[in-house]
Ligand binder design. Structure first.
Ligand SMILES: Cc1cc2nc3c(=O)[nH]c(=O)nc-3n(C[C@H](O)[C@H](O)[C@H](O)COP(=O)(O)OP(=O)(O)OC[C@H]3O[C@@H](n4cnc5c(N)ncnc54)[C@H](O)[C@@H]3O)c2cc1C
Length: 433
């Protein structure tokens, strides 16, 4: 039977990050992934010469970006311009995202323009932490007066958080993400799959072992500590530490008596964010100026990612259209809405279509910072020694992939600090003896 210091279950960005930091600290590390390929939701596919992510992705300059820099991973891509349009009552209007667009937009009255100008000036420097425990709606209604300024902020904060309604998401993290978005995000050349590949290479160079196509079915716990990881194919792998970089429901399912552990609370409090995603590769853009569009009175967002990133081998334009979903979803209705957005922004797109990808319900995040009395999951499962969690749901204030990398690092830091403490205790004990 093989024995590892650290076994990571799940080979998405969180699992890869945890494995890299564990291996960097000298730990014998194994990743077990149930799919054929690593990457989880950060995979990309190449279809007829165009690179598609699993729905539109942008890398913010948050924890994930800083982590990749720390690991010496050169993220290739570019920042798109934030000049864009808003859809209001079925029409496209210039979206005020900077001083120039603010003065030309017909969306706002002069009073509204002055109010938004003041906010654009102070937003970047604002401390967002005081708003960590109130909802987006509470923040908007107590800070903004003009109804259209409120609508614009709802739209911007929806795009930053991916959450359709303003009553649940905590305002602080969403405002922080918006600050980061206004400074510029990155669209990645050849999609996020390149990032996954760079992480895989880094992990491999550091000696991480990988098993793909292998479903983990349970974690063997004896005397309150993890002992083995059991797989569907019968493999039994010895482990001192296990990082569950899976969704919270799977983490809960894998652990015996999990209903008596914190895993139960973390699973129960989790609120999934989903989106319907339509990606198209077009031979050319019927309306080359209209590449970045926020729905203001509808929950759809469109971006031509190839205006910044290399996303096709033959110059095709790769556009992502995304619908933020609530509880009720209808794949056909959602597709009609997404195609309707394309009809408005790029009329005649069907004649230019090379290939499309429709994903009716993608999980964008398994949980987020919400105001329903949420506790921060992880890094350690307190009831079981050697068991940790990581993933975009194990957030301590971060959103999306930033939560995936931050939680992965927290798990490894916890393992290392525990070992340091055990060593110190041992030396002290020997000293006394
Ligand atoms: C449409 C869409 C748009 C997004 N846009 C953005 C964006 O703009 N910016 C941003 O920062 N983030 C964005 N995200 C979120 C980002 O993709 C995720 O936060 C990130 O990829 C999550 O990584 P993870 O490792 O936590 O989870 P996953 O990628 O889900 O990884 C979990 C892995 O565990 C594996 N697994 C599960 N169960 C088992 C088992 N029993 N045994 C073995 N393996 C198992 C799964 O196969 C999977 O590979 C978006 C996501 C989507 C879907």
């Amino acid at each position: 039977m093989q024995q590892y210091d650290v076994v990571v279950v799940g080979g998405g960005i969180a699992g890869l990050t945890a494995a890299i930091y564990a291996a960097k600290a000298g730990k014998q590390t194994l990743i077990i992934e149930k799919q054929e390929r690593l990457g989880g939701r950060a995979m990309s596919m190449k279809k007829k010469g165009a690179y598609f992510n699993l729905g539109g992705h942008a890398l913010y300059k948050g924890d994930a970006y800083a982590t990749f820099m720390d690991l010496g991973i050169h993220v290739q891509g570019a920042e798109p311009s934030i000049e864009g349009y808003g859809v209001w009552k079925g029409k496209l209007s210039i979206l005020p995202t900077d001083m120039k667009s603010l003065f030309t937009t017909p969306l706002l009255s002069w009073k509204g323009k002055l109010e938004l100008a003041a906010w654009l000036g102070k937003l970047g420097k604002m401390d967002t932490h005081p708003y960590d425990r109130i909802s987006i709606r509470e923040w908007v209604e107590s800070n903004l007066r003009d109804p259209m300024v409120r609508n614009i902020f709802y739209s911007l904060l929806r795009t930053a958080s991916y959450v359709v309604g303003p009553d649940l998401p905590a305002a602080g993290p969403a405002l922080k993400q918006l600050q980061s978005a206004l400074k510029g995000v990155l669209y990645l050349d050849r999609g996020w799959g390149e990032l996954v590949e760079a992480l895989r290479r880094k992990a491999s160079d550091l000696g991480v072992r990988f098993v793909t196509n292998s479903l983990v079915t349970s974690i063997d716990v004896q005397d309150g500590s993890v002992r083995h990881v059991l797989c569907k194919d019968g493999a039994k792998i010895g482990a001192h530490h296990v990082v569950l970089a899976t969704p919270p429901s799977i983490a809960h399912q894998l652990v015996p008596f999990s209903e008596k552990t914190a895993l139960h609370t973390w699973k129960e409090q989790a609120i999934e964010i989903t989106a319907a995603c339509l990606d198209v590769a077009l031979r050319r853009l019927p309306k080359p100026k209209q590449q970045f569009v926020y729905g203001i009175d509808q929950t759809v967002f469109l971006s031509n990612q190839s205006r910044a990133a290399y996303l096709s081998d033959d110059g095709a334009q790769v556009i992502s259209v995304l619908k933020y979903q609530g509880k009720e979803t209808d794949p056909n209705k959602d597709l009609r809405e997404l195609e309707g957005m394309l009809d408005l922004v790029q009329p005649g797109w069907r004649e230019e279509l090379i290939v499309k990808q429709y994903l009716p319900k993608m999980t964008v995040s398994h949980d987020f910072m919400h105001v329903n009395g949420r506790v921060n999951p992880g890094p350690a499962v307190p009831e079981i020694s050697g068991l940790y969690v990581a993933g975009d749901w194990a957030s301590h204030g971060e959103l999306l992939v930033d939560a995936a990398t931050a939680s992965a690092k927290r798990a490894v830091q916890h393992i290392l600090s525990l070992e340091r403490k055990e060593r110190t205790d041992l030396y002290e004990h020997r000293g006394i003896v």
